[in-house]
Write a protein that binds this ligand. Structure first.
Ligand code: DGY
Length: 419
């Protein structure tokens, strides 16, 4: 295990972001993810802003240019065909927007990261163009994914935590009948032991086919939902994003009343995610009304959402003690913990950046610094992987990963300007 000189790591991070740049958007990593992914792209923009703010603005402008008339901003924009990825645009059959895309969205981190770009380059003209688009996107979540303020997911790809144990029960209730034959491409790029299983993939693909059968019409899908799980990722991230959107309304002299109403609704919804038995924020399977019983890394996004909770600090302390490189996506030592399998154990640097920033903002400086330094060690010693084994730091998933590089530059590196 060697620790790279931080200056060299800074240079490498910039070169990864430049290497993954496709002109007006950035891919998460070549091969495994060859298109523009929604939240990956917003994180990339945050990192790019440290050396090229103009290009960072372009990144989020390109992302928002794929917005559907409904306000939804797709989770993947298929700018150029690439046979190396499955499921591509022909499987999604979602042609509602100006750019071929998937039919679902992803956690709306953009407003929060645009605020970071704006801090470096206060271009109010560009912000003013983006503001109504962001607002329409947030309104779409409030209209179609809110259960009294708890934001739910309808596909495990929506929260981006594809195979998290949070959806196990809801996924087990789906019979992927008629899914047919298909060829996965992810396992040709990455060791299958680090990726979701075939049982999970069958259900991912079946849910895509289901949405397609209903023409990706939200009103029709609302009447026929095979999966609905209220999720801390979505709820906390949208709550935070609305706080940043309200700030933009102030900056631009726009009316913030509706956004303030959303914040109130989401604060109430976030409280519903509290699982008293677990003493933690936890997803709820809306089909049964039951909590799912998981303290995931998304549970620790509460501070990022502006919600303080002493019992979550106790859980955080437990994760700090349990592994050298926190925060694991699922608790170390529990039956479903799997150190290298995607969202069932690995540590994700970009999640740490949100948890750490939230901790610092809520005054939990010691924990914030500890997490930032652990993430610095992780990337410093093990490079820019998609995710990492929380016990050993071993890199897992894709390499040369944009959001890991971005998080290094904007938050984890000694050179990062962190408040
Ligand atoms: C994938 O293809 O694995 C992605 O997580 C879907 O967004």
């Amino acid at each position: 295990m060697t620790t790279m000189d931080p200056i060299e790591r800074d240079e490498q991070a910039r070169s990864i972001l430049r290497g993954n740049d496709r002109g007006s958007y950035t891919v998460p990593t070549a091969g495994l993810y060859p298109y523009q992914w929604n939240w990956d792209s917003a994180f990339s923009a945050w990192g790019i802003a440290t050396f090229d703010p103009d290009r960072a603005w372009t990144e989020v402008e390109t992302l928002m240019s794929g917005q559907w008339p409904s306000g939804m901003v797709p989770h993947i924009l298929f700018h150029k065909p690439d046979p190396g990825y499955f499921p591509g645009p022909e499987v999604w059959g979602a042609d509602h927007g100006p750019i071929p895309s998937s039919g679902i969205s992803q956690p709306p981190v953009a407003a929060t990261l645009i605020r970071e770009i704006h801090k470096r380059d206060a271009d109010d003209k560009r912000l003013r163009t983006l503001f109504p688009k962001l607002k329409a996107w947030h309104a779409w979540f409030m209209n179609w994914r809110s259960d009294k303020g708890a934001i739910f997911i309808t596909h495990p790809w929506e929260p981006g935590r594809d195979n998290a144990p949070d959806w196990d029960a809801a996924m087990a209730a789906i019979d992927p009948v008629g899914v047919g034959e298909y060829a996965r491409r992810d396992t040709s790029h990455v060791d299958p032991s680090m990726r979701p299983t075939k049982e999970e993939y069958d259900r991912y693909v079946w849910l895509v086919q289901h949405g397609r059968r209903l023409g990706w019409d939200e009103a029709a899908m609302a009447k026929d939902r095979p999966l609905a799980v209220a999720d801390p990722t979505m709820t906390f991230i949208l709550l935070r994003a609305n706080r940043d959107l309200a700030h933009f309304a102030d900056v631009l002299g726009e009316d913030r009343t509706e956004i303030d109403g959303w914040i109130e609704t989401l604060e109430a919804g976030a409280k519903r995610l509290w699982n008293a038995e677990l003493a933690a924020f936890d997803a709820i399977d809306l089909a049964t009304g039951e909590h799912t019983g998981n303290v995931s890394n998304a549970s620790f996004l509460c501070w990022y959402a502006g919600l303080d909770e002493p019992q979550m600090l106790a859980h955080l302390e437990t994760t700090f003690e349990a592994c050298r490189y926190p925060v694991p996506s699922h608790p170390v030592g529990t039956p479903k913990f799997d150190a290298r399998r995607y969202w069932r154990g690995p540590t994700w640097a970009f999640m740490n950046s949100m948890i750490g920033r939230g901790l610092a903002e809520m005054g939990h400086r010691t924990q914030a610094d500890r997490l930032r330094l652990a993430t610095r060690d992780l990337i410093g010693e093990h490079g820019f992987a998609e995710y990492f084994d929380p016990l050993t730091g071993a890199p897992a998933g894709g390499g040369m990963f944009s959001w890991t590089a971005a998080v290094w530059l904007a938050w984890a590196s000694p050179s990062a300007e962190v408040a």
